[in-house]
Design a protein around this ligand. Structure first.
Ligand SMILES: Cc1cc2nc3c(=O)[nH]c(=O)nc-3n(C[C@H](O)[C@H](O)[C@H](O)COP(=O)(O)O)c2cc1C
Length: 364
């Protein structure tokens, strides 16, 4: 029963004990509460936990840790050690925001404090930020990714995930990137920023497995503004593979509405279980590297099926593991009927992050 889901897999030089991972999930919780949540999920037997949004910049917000300095390394090491003690491997999702920090500061100086208003100003500023970013700043950020990966190693992380959405996704997207230099225009030019990040990490740190979160834009109907078009997937995947990426994590591109990348139960388009797997199917056509699927995955039978049919090599779950951290233990023990099924309401997870209210799950 579930023998494919429970089979080990290698990503680069990293052996994972099964095919189930906790998807990158930022939580509005303090360090101790976060560690507690991660450890519960790890103890149920999940092979890999990916820590979401590990910033390459020093923290702007007090809840957000950064791996850019010694303090951050110390704090992240506490998380990593606790997860290792609970039996799982840990990946750091290395991330750079595409919000212009100067615009944030200026907006705040104007006395604007409404979260929605600030978010709109930031979202509207992405195109100018990406298009006008000086080359010197591009080089700085590439260097920050390299240093942050070195720091991730120091903190004991087993792997990194390059967050190919947000700033990298915006550079990749013709919607946000209107540059007329070698970082804009053709598909090859728009993949240059990500490629230089991958190369600078790989050239300096030979042995760390690199997972790439590839964010794909959906057209007709249109969902997601960052990321790459379906027809551009082949170019990006082959290029990144040639530069030393070890696996892909595939999902819908961001920068439309969070309800699309974290779709609610009655979403008009992304309704079904495995709603983003059609994007992973496209990646699978162009690589032999392991591909991880994500998006409304919860039923063990469905997951066993997509892995045994070779649609994906691994799965990542966020909300289902928030709803029931014992998911994998129940699967292993054949207690599938005891699983608390996520109803994808988003009320106490994704929505709570937006409204800064108590983070958790309505099923807790
Ligand atoms: C509360 C919450 C926080 C999230 N934070 C991140 C994040 O930091 N980085 C990221 O790439 N995705 C993040 N996601 C998206 C998930 O990784 C995942 O792609 C999405 O929730 C769909 O998977 P699911 O249906 O299993 O929840 C978050 C999702 C949730 C629910």
């Amino acid at each position: 029963m579930y023998c494919n889901l429970l089979k080990s897999i290698k990503i680069g030089n990293l052996e994972l004990k099964n095919r189930v991972s906790f998807a990158p999930t930022s939580m509005g919780l303090n360090l101790e509460e976060r560690i507690d949540k991660f450890c519960k999920i790890a103890k149920s037997g999940v092979a890999l936990i990916t820590i979401g949004d590990v910033s390459v910049r020093s923290s702007f917000h007090k809840m957000a840790l950064s791996l850019s300095n010694e303090d951050g390394i110390r704090e992240y090491k506490k998380i990593v050690d606790a997860i290792h003690d609970s039996g799982a491997k840990v990946s750091a999702q290395i991330f750079c925001s595409d919000y212009d920090m100067n615009l944030i500061r200026n907006t705040m100086k104007l006395g604007i404090t409404s979260h929605d208003e600030i978010k709109k100003i930031m979202d509207d500023g992405v195109k100018d930020y990406v298009t006008n970013m000086p080359k010197e700043e591009i080089k700085n950020i590439i260097e920050m990714f390299r240093v942050t990966t070195l720091n991730a190693k120091k903190a004991g992380f087993d792997m990194i995930q390059i967050h190919g959405d947000r700033l990298i996704g915006s550079f990749s997207s013709s919607i946000y990137n209107s540059r007329i230099d070698e970082y804009g225009g053709s598909c090859d030019n728009r993949s240059r920023f990500a490629s230089e990040i991958i190369s600078s990490i790989r050239n300096d740190i030979k042995d760390i497995p690199i997972d790439y979160k590839l964010a794909v834009r959906q057209e007709n109907p249109h969902y997601g503004n960052a990321g790459v078009l379906f027809c551009e997937v082949e170019h990006f995947v082959k290029k990144f593979e040639s530069l030393g990426v070890n696996s892909f994590h595939v999902t819908l591109a961001n920068h439309s509405k969070l309800e699309d990348t974290i779709p609610v139960n009655n979403h008009p388009y992304f309704k079904d279980e495995g709603c983003f797997l059609y994007l992973a199917d496209e990646v699978k056509k162009h690589t032999i590297l392991p591909v991880c699927g994500v998006g409304k995955l919860s039923s063990p039978d469905f997951i066993e099926n997509v892995i045994s049919n070779n649609r994906v090599d691994m799965v990542a779950m966020s909300r289902q593991l928030l709803a029931d951290s014992d998911w994998l233990q129940k699967v292993r023990e054949g207690r599938v009927d005891d699983i608390k099924k996520c109803c994808y309401c988003n009320k106490k997870c994704a929505d709570a992050l937006q409204t800064h209210s108590q983070f958790g799950c309505i099923l807790d």
